[in-house]
Design a protein around this ligand. Structure first.
Ligand code: ADP
Ligand code: ADP
Length: 218
């Protein structure tokens, strides 16, 4: 569960997020929709403590992300395309992350399977396409088997097969009881992926509605 209460973030004279409040519940995919510049990334950064809010709060399962003793098991986040890890294979990149965070090495094989990267696990990630890097970022985010998965514009760079794969993966993860928050500027994509939509514009909440209800109204 993610709770955003009266979140406000200003960068100098720009108000990126403006008294924003919404909750993200487990068990369904929530689409976080808005045009470019609406404040989606800023909100997601606040959720994982990468940005200090100017006002308001963002909590994960009852407390700020950084206050959890086991943050990687709380939230797995892919906030931008994972940078290329030149020398390392996908497998070694994930193994190094697992070791740093005290996660069993066996989990590396599981996330490679989940993200379809097992066949290319021994290739250097530096040569990966944007879509494969997205998958690697998602694999890294899933290492801690987190209660919350948060992806910022994950469809960018994916081919049509990748889009379908991602949609299925997110629905499965949500059906398992996880909280899944996915941002996009594409209404059509989110209508097919998400059961619930949080729509923002200029940092403000425009709608917080189930996808079925929104479609029924339009
Ligand atoms: P979105 O993810 O919906 O595209 P962002 O959260 O990236 O929107 O940006 C919201 C607004 O905040 C934009 O006007 C953007 O230019 C501004 N902004 C975002 N990050 C910064 C930053 N680090 N410094 C200054 N302005 C920023
Ligand atoms: P090096 O490149 O140093 O020879 P390896 O690539 O052989 O290292 O990997 C080191 C360890 O990780 C070995 O035990 C190997 O079996 C294991 N390993 C490497 N890639 C995979 C993979 N894709 N899935 C499972 N285990 C792997």
């Amino acid at each position: 569960m993610i709770e955003i209460r009266e979140l406000t973030k200003r960068y100098g004279g720009v108000t990126a997020v403006d008294h924003l409040s919404f909750s993200v519940r487990p068990g369904q995919v929530t689409g976080f929709l808005g045009p470019n510049g609406a404040g989606k990334s800023t909100t997601m950064r606040a959720i994982v403590g990468l940005d200090r809010p100017s006002a308001g709060t963002a909590t994960v399962n009852g407390r700020p992300y950084a206050d959890h003793p086991d943050p990687l098991r709380q939230v797995g986040a892919v906030l931008e395309a994972t940078p290329a890890h030149r020398g390392r294979t996908a497998y070694h990149h994930l193994l190094a992350l697992a070791r740093t965070h005290g996660i069993a090495a066996s989990r590396v094989d599981e996330v490679l399977e989940l993200t379809g990267l097992a066949p290319v696990a021994r290739r250097r990630a530096g040569g990966f396409s944007l879509g494969m890097r997205q998958r690697l970022g998602i694999a890294a985010a899933l290492l801690g088997d987190p209660a919350v998965l948060m992806l910022d514009e994950p469809v960018n760079g994916l081919d049509p097969d990748g889009v379908l794969w991602l949609r299925t993966l997110l629905k499965h993860l949500a059906a398992d009881g996880r909280t899944v928050l996915v941002s996009s500027h594409l209404m059509s994509e989110m209508a097919m992926t998400a059961q619930h939509l949080v729509i923002i514009g200029r940092g403000r909440l425009l709608a917080d509605i189930s996808t079925a209800e929104l479609i029924a109204r339009s």
